[in-house]
Design a protein around this ligand. Structure first.
Ligand SMILES: O=P(O)(O)O[C@H]1O[C@H](CO)[C@@H](O)[C@H]1O
Ligand SMILES: O=c1cc[nH]c(=O)[nH]1
Length: 237
């Protein structure tokens, strides 16, 4: 059955889906890392593909930017296409000098200024957490591939352009590893519908130091993170 936002037939998605924000990154991953990739959905150009990695079916689909966008796709993938595992692979900005450009940040938890999770679970700051097994496999793959990684709390911001520079001080004080725009929404959807989720980011910007990766460095770190993620998920049953 198709949904308002996904025009793939039943069974078109593997049980594990990688979700970059940018649909063209989904295309890049499918074409460069998967065997026999097939385009399975293209509503609003939010491209989704299914292929194989080492003989195992894997899908990859764009999420768009922000919690409302990823929430729509993640919900439909889980409830209409029986997807069990969603791994967001994205980029984030760092607020602490302990985190360097090109490091990988794995979100054990995700804080947010969005109200979506309080609408879900009223009067409660429900803890938005990663699936432990996905996180453990990602850590093991990072160790094996000698990738510089951090595990901890991410901050999913509704605003990319925030005028509140002070908030970076508070984030640093509380140990936030990176700022992006989707993880807390993905974790909320996974909790609501009973799926497993993990958000993993490369640090592309340093928000306090005003540093940014070049296009080549972005590509390099993205490739490293994709390899790490694929190595992690082939360990899944
Ligand atoms: O790298 P991606 O996945 O696009 O994610 C980050 O980049 C976008 C902002 O430029 C936001 O969606 C943020 O979360
Ligand atoms: O949301 C994001 C993503 C990458 N870099 C940032 O500074 N913010």
């Amino acid at each position: 059955m198709m949904t308002p936002h996904i025009n793939a037939p039943q069974g078109a998605f593997a049980k594990t889906v990688l979700m970059p924000g940018d649909p063209l990154r989904a295309k890049y991953i499918a074409e460069h890392f998967l065997d026999n990739p097939k385009l399975v959905t293209d509503v609003r150009n939010m491209l989704g593909y299914t292929g194989e990695y080492q003989g195992k079916p894997i899908s990859v689909m764009g999420s768009g930017m922000g919690i409302p966008s990823i929430s729509i796709y993640a919900k439909e993938l889980i409830t209409e296409y029986n997807v069990e595992n969603i791994i967001r692979i994205g980029s984030c900005g760092a607020v602490s000098n302990k985190i360097k450009l090109m490091d990988v940040v794995m979100a054990m938890g995700a804080s947010t200024d969005s109200a979506v999770n309080r609408s879900r679970f009223p009067n409660t700051d429900f803890a938005m957490i990663a699936d432990f097994n996905l996180l453990r496999l990602a850590v093991e793959a990072a160790e094996k591939q000698d990738v510089s990684y951090h595990v901890g709390n991410l901050y999913s911001s509704d605003l990319f352009y925030s005028a509140d520079e002070e908030r970076y001080n508070l984030m640093e004080k509380y140990g936030i590893l990176g700022v992006e725009m989707e993880a807390a929404g993905l974790y909320g959807v996974a909790a609501e519908y009973g799926a497993n989720a993990l958000a993993m980011m490369t640090v592309t910007d340093h928000l306090r130091l005003g540093l940014h990766l070049t296009a080549e460095e972005r590509q390099q770190t993205l490739n490293e993170m994709i390899k790490l993620t694929l190595e992690a998920i082939i360990q899944l049953n």
